[in-house]
Design a protein around this ligand. Structure first.
Ligand code: PEP
Ligand code: MG
Length: 883
């Protein structure tokens, strides 16, 4: 027999494990009912119902009976009647996806009100003001969510009433005036929607459910999912819950709290509440709420109950909880619990603290800190010695510091950021429609709203600095100004947002790089325990090596020797080498360079004592070391103008010009570079190898343990590798014989052209290690010259969906990745223990690291600053958390 699929669940029928089907909010509400917590009665339409509705809206007919009977159940439980009777039942209709998408989809509150039920509500609540206030909120929300009626028209009416009454807050409008407001709101609804406001509660319910289902596809939700890589195929559940009221008087209230401080991770009940208000007032940031500790004095019993419930919820969920609650006539109701979003710093502290408290194990702790959060922790702070004028102080809503020019509109922020400007988005408050602007901005300032306002929550999620509730300033969107007293900041002026302290500073303050907390180091060291991939760093100098070690790198995966030749004292010698006509002239220049290279290698190898260091032989085309043609022409023109065109100086310039001309290539990226240089001028690679071995011998004398490895760039065929292996082995042998000392070294190659990957087994006969140069491998696989591609068309490719991402940022698995897999397989067939790493920039990119893990590499090597991100990514890859 075919089992009939269930699309509607009461809270009693669900639990926290059912997030995919019931959405996060619904599953947690159901779980709280299982725990016996005070949750208002309700039921859930599943995410599958949303998807079915998406395929065919008529689907709703087939489950409507079940919705009606579930409503009847709520009526029974509450003793209220939906939309009529003495004691009217009102419900909220809320979205709830399997993965939290705060504020992205729609919600309707107070559903069930009409001209009849509003009067009953007034009688039961003994508060006419409250009843009509609820009704006007409902018309506004319903109008907006279900029929797209813009909220501004309603707000204008409200403002008009407030100003004519001479009051500041909504709750100061008396009942008889609210009756007029409701009448006006209904007129507005009719004007904009084109028909009367629906009085039938069942019609209201059905329309609201459909609106929530549809909101899964609204542009801001789609954008949010794209930014957070949430699949579009999940769908949202709809939660229908009986209303409880936080706005029935001063023994009522509503709030949001966290079981730990979401900004810095401190273990404390943290949050905000508003007396005599509905939940939306807290989140919308219209009135600035009170810190939750004040509840201890104003409502001590409720506070104690809340404290106990929240503490138990955290213990049950073993994670920091973000809880919404309402107090109706001194009775506490829990409306929602979910794992709380937190700043990167808080994530680390909470993870480490919870291990110490025995709540979670180390592996779970590592899993709770994402690569993105580690990235954020590398964020800057305002230099404490900065002397910038403080414009205002608000709430430290999201840590980090940002400097930029002010703008007041999300679209502007996007445009200005596109032009390469760093922008600060300033708004009285933000709403979900501003998401693209928040994303484009360096930092955000709002004059209203608390730590749980939209701006604060989203900024923390994005790792953007944010100061919210900055009430000392006035943000005027029409004039595009921020004012405080006489001080006026206009669009385009530079300010600094210090999200860690809540300050807004005039001008661009000096910023300091992030420093690592002990907890951060702890999480990273735990990561190393769970990772299979090691993390090495790319570095060219002893300073880089030192930093790499400090960040926890287990080796240097790429030391690019050419960078050493660019220094001002070396470049002229390098140029002499390039223009030399004879072997002897070249040897002379090389001898000079060798002396310097020995020092370079000595410094780096010493700094990395005990760990491997891969030194790559010269790679770039020689013209890169030569003066620019235009500079040479100018030099010659000057000499000529001074009558010196026949001097040795002019001859020298002409000789260099001729060499530059001779070195010109049609496609330098594919030209005379890499190992090809050493084949034509073996004396260059011989000099570099000699310099390495001389440094090695000095360190051997000093008794320092070192692991030098010499890497040949751009090898494509095995005979190239064979050539260098022979040359280097001979030089090494020579040094050992002459010195009578032994030392270890390896000779390997980069795999950075497709041919090398395809014949990796042949190359492995001579190479003792492989390192994927995925910068060049991406260039040569796609046939894109990176600089040209990124400058000219890759942006368009991404925008038009030709490529999903820039393959120079995120490793292309379908092409480049397949070549890598071939090389790994072929290389290891010849030498099962062949060490294989990656040293292209992808080595620091989380998704690419996940691929390297799966492909069986031994390590990834990236810039020292990315080492922490790579360490956590390697652990997440091993845990299967990163794909
Ligand atoms: C590479 O090609 O990935 C690489 C690391 O070498 P370079 O970037 O120096 O060409
Ligand atoms: Mg390369």
């Amino acid at each position: 027999m075919n089992e009939v699929k269930k699309y509607v669940y009461s809270f009693e029928e669900g639990n926290a494990e059912m997030k995919d089907l019931l959405g996060g909010k619904g599953a947690n509400l159901a779980q709280m009912v299982q725990y016996g917590l005070p949750v208002p009665p309700g039921f859930i339409l599943t995410t599958e119902a949303c998807l079915k509705y998406g395929e065919d809206p008529a689907f709703l007919d087939s489950v409507w009976d079940k919705v009606v009977s579930s409503m009847k159940d709520i009526e029974k439980k509450t003793g209220k009647t939906f939309g009529s009777g003495e004691n009217p039942l009102l419900v909220s209709v809320r979205s709830g996806a399997p993965i939290s998408m705060p504020g992205m989809m729609d919600t309707v509150l107070n559903l069930g009100l009409n001209d009849e039920s509003v009067e009953s509500l007034a009688r039961v609540a003994d508060d006419r003001r409250f009843a009509f206030d609820s009704f006007r909120r409902f018309i506004q929300m319903y109008g907006n969510v279900v029929h797209g009626v813009n909220g501004d028209a309603f707000e204008e009416v409200l403002e008009h009433f407030k100003s004519s009454l001479g009051v500041k807050f909504d709750n100061e409008i008396p009942a008889e005036k609210l009756v007029e407001v409701v009448a006006r709101f209904k007129e507005i609804f009719k004007e904009k929607a084109g028909f009367d406001f629906p009085a039938d509660p069942w019609q209201q319910l059905r329309n609201a459910v459909e609106a929530v289902f549809k909101s899964w596809g609204n542009p801001r939700a789609v954008t949010y999912r794209r930014l957070h890589k949430i699949p579009h195929t999940l769908g949202t559940a709809v939660n229908i819950v009986s209303m409880v009221y936080g706005n029935l008087g001063d023994d009522c209230g509503t709030g949001v709290c966290f079981t730990r401080n979401p900004s810095d991770g401190t273990k404390e009940l943290y949050g905000e509440f508003l007396i005599n208000a509905q939940g939306e007032d807290v989140v919308a940031g219209i009135r600035t709420p009170l810190p939750i500790v004040q509840m201890k004095t104003t409502m001590p019993e409720v506070y104690n109950e809340l404290f106990e419930i929240t503490t138990n919820l955290e213990k049950a969920y073993k994670d920091m909880q973000d809880i919404e609650f309402t107090i109706e006539r001194n009775k506490l109701y829990i409306l929602q619990t979910r794992n709380g979003k937190r700043s990167a710093g808080a994530a680390v502290k909470i993870a480490v603290d919870m291990v110490a408290e025995g709540l979670i194990d180390k592996k779970t702790a590592v899993g709770r800190v994402t690569p993105e959060q580690v990235e954020m922790l590398l964020h800057r702070q305002v230099d404490p010695t900065a002397e910038n004028e403080v414009l205002a102080k608000g709430l430290p809503a999201s840590p980090g510091a940002g400097v930029g020019v002010v703008c007041f509109d999300a679209d502007d922020a996007v445009e200005m950021a596109k032009d390469g400007q760093k922008v600060i988005l300033a708004r009285p408050e933000t709403c979900p429609d501003d998401i693209h602007g928040l994303f484009a901005a360096e930092a955000i300032v709002t004059s209203r709203g608390g730590m749980t306002s939209h701006a604060a929550v989203v900024a923390r999620g994005l790792g953007k600095p944010c100061v919210s509730g900055c009430e000392d300033i006035t943000i005027d969107l029409n004039k595009e100004t921020i004012t405080r007293g006489d001080k006026v900041i206009r669009k385009g002026d530079t300010i600094t947002v210090d999200g860690s302290t809540g300050r807004v500073l005039v001008g661009g303050a000096p910023l300091m790089e992030a420093s690592f907390s002990d907890d951060f180091q702890t999480v990273l060291s735990w990561s190393d325990e769970f990772a299979r991939l090691q993390v090495w760093a790319n570095g060219d100098t002893p300073e880089d090596a030192k930093r790499a070690r400090a960040f926890g790198a287990k080796g240097i995966g790429l030391c690019r020797t050419e960078h050493m030749f660019m220094a001002t004292d070396r470049l002229p010698v390098m140029q002499r080498l390039v223009v030399a006509d004879t072997y002897e002239e070249r040897l002379e220049a090389l001898e000079e360079l060798k002396v310097m290279q020995v020092e370079d290698f000595y410094g780096i190898l010493k700094e990395m004592h005990g760990l491997p260091v891969i030194i790559r032989l010269l790679d770039p085309p020689l013209h890169e070391f030569m003066p620019k043609e235009r500079d040479l022409e100018e030099e010659l023109a000057e000499l000529t103008a001074d009558g010196n065109e026949n001097t040795p100086a002019a001859d020298k310039v002409r000789k260099i010009m001729a060499k530059v001309e001779a070195l010109k290539e049609s496609n330098p990226m594919l030209g005379f570079r890499g190992c090809r240089l050493g084949i034509v001028y073996p004396e260059i690679s011989a000099m570099q190898s000699s310099a390495i071995f001389e440094a090695v011998l000095r360190l051997v004398d000093e008794g320092i343990e070192i692991h030098p490895e010499i890497m040949i760039p751009l090898v494509g065929v095995k005979t190239e590798m064979e050539f260098f292996r022979k040359q280097i082995d001979e030089i090494a042998k020579d040094y050992m014989e002459k010195s009578g000392k032994k030392f270890n070294y390896l000779v390997g190659t980069m795999i950075e052209v497709p041919h090398a990957a395809l014949v990796a087994d042949q190359i492995a006969e001579y190479a003792e290690f492989f390192s994927f140069g995925t910068n060049d491998l991406t260039q040569t696989t796609f046939g894109y010259s990176r600089d040209d591609a990124e400058g000219k068309f890759l942006g368009q490719y991404e925008e038009k969906g030709i490529l999903p991402v820039n393959p120079f940022h995120e490793l292309d698995r379908e092409g480049v990745g397949v070549l890598m897999e071939i090389a790994v397989e072929k290389g290891r067939k010849v030498d099962p223990n062949l060490s294989i790493g990656i040293c292209g920039e992808h080595g620091g990119n989380p998704s690419s690291i996940a691929f390297c893990h799966t492909a069986g590499l031994n390590y990834v090597s990236c810039s020292p600053f990315r080492v922490p991100v790579a360490r956590i990514s390697a652990a997440h890859a091993a845990m299967g958390r990163l794909k």
